[in-house]
Structures are given as C-alpha cells and as structure tokens.
Ligand binder design. Structure first.
Ligand code: MG
Ligand code: ZN
Ligand code: ZN
Length: 195
C-alpha cells in the first residue's frame, strides 16, 4: 500500500530508513511529487511532475503518460478510412457477442470479455467522431438512462407482498396479479388456508 505523508514524515523516513513501505508526498511549493520506496530500507527517492507517474514508479509499473483517446481515434479514421472502420465495428461487436455467448454457455474466462468490451468501446468512440455526434450521444444516453430509471421505479412498486415476486421474477410455474401487491400463487395459498 502506498501512503501519502507529510514533508516532515518524509524527512524522517529518509533519515531513519523506517518504517518500511512505499510513500509519497506533495511539495507545497513546487507542486511536485516525491516518491519514497523504502520497502527494502534503502529509502530510494525520486521526484515526479505527475502523481500518476509517481504511483507507477512506486508500483514498478510502466508509465505511459496521458494517452489522448480522441487523437488516436481520429488518426485511425484518417489512416484506415471510414469504410474500414465501420466494418471493424461489426467485427468487434461480433467478437464481444461470441465471448458473451461463451459466458452464457458456462465458460468462466472473463478476461476475453474485458478485451472485447475495450475493443468495442474504442470502435464506438471512432463512430462518434466519424459522425460528429459526441455531444448528441452523451445527451441521448442521459435521456435513455433517465427513462430506464423511471421504468425501474415502476417495476419496484409492483411486488407481491407475500413472496416478493415481480413481473420479471414470477413464482415457479408462473403467476399473475390478483391484487396490486398479491400474486395468484400466494392468493391460492391464502384461500386454501381460509377454507
Ligand atoms: Mg476484438
Ligand atoms: Zn406471491
Ligand atoms: Zn408470484
């Protein structure tokens, strides 16, 4: 775990070489980040402009910097052309579909789903740019999500007061609404009891 520490604490770790661990501090004057890797008691120190770069260094990971998603997608459209990229949408969607089908058939590997979702999202980003509809898509998504939220609220309301079944999760063998909040299966049981 990487700990955010004060300048005073950082100074203490560099001098005393303890406690062991990974730390970083922000220099209030320069705004730079100081990473301290004291996992081995050597208190390795390095200064960074960027917090993410600092964390990558502490985690011994490669730092790629800020990748400009939009720029790369625009380049892909320029270089490969719109027809090729539209075909790529079909291809990537088919690959994702295949992975999801595999999952439904009981295959456990989720790694491929991750990769295919990433592929599809990159292609959809290119489509937004190609048709110049970035803002419109965002607005449409917001509208659709609001509508979905409203529909879900309605679903929540209709629930059997006895068993809690809903339209989408009915009782075994199926049931229907007898009352606003009572399903046919539970109504039968109530009637049997009363007889
Ligand atoms: Mg793919
Ligand atoms: Zn019920
Ligand atoms: Zn029911």
């Amino acid at each position: 775990m990487i700990k955010n520490i004060t300048s005073k604490e950082a100074f203490g770790i560099i001098i005393a070489r303890k406690p062991l661990g990974k730390f970083f501090k922000i220099d209030n004057v320069t705004g730079k980040y100081l990473g301290i890797d004291n996992t081995t008691g050597h208190a390795w120190v390095e200064e960074f402009e960027d917090i993410e770069e600092c964390i990558c260094w502490l985690n011994e990971e490669e730092y790629y910097g800020d990748i400009n998603e939009k720029e790369i997608c625009k380049q892909a459209l320029d270089i490969y052309g719109k027809e090729a990229q539209i075909c790529m949408v079909f291809e990537e969607m088919a690959e994702l579909q295949k992975e999801l089908c595999k999952y439904l058939r009981g295959s456990e590997i989720v790694g491929n789903i991750t990769e295919e979702i990433a592929d599809v999202e990159i292609m959809l980003e290119q489509m937004r740019l190609l048709f110049d509809i970035e803002k419109e898509v965002e607005e449409m998504k917001e509208y659709k999500l609001k509508r979905l939220e409203e529909r879900l609220k309605e679903e929540e309301i209709q629930k059997c007061r006895v068993c809690g079944c809903t339209y989408y999760t009915p009782c075994e063998g199926g049931c229907y609404w007898v009352e606003e909040d009572l399903c046919s299966k539970c109504a039968e049981i109530i009637i049997e009891r009363e007889e």
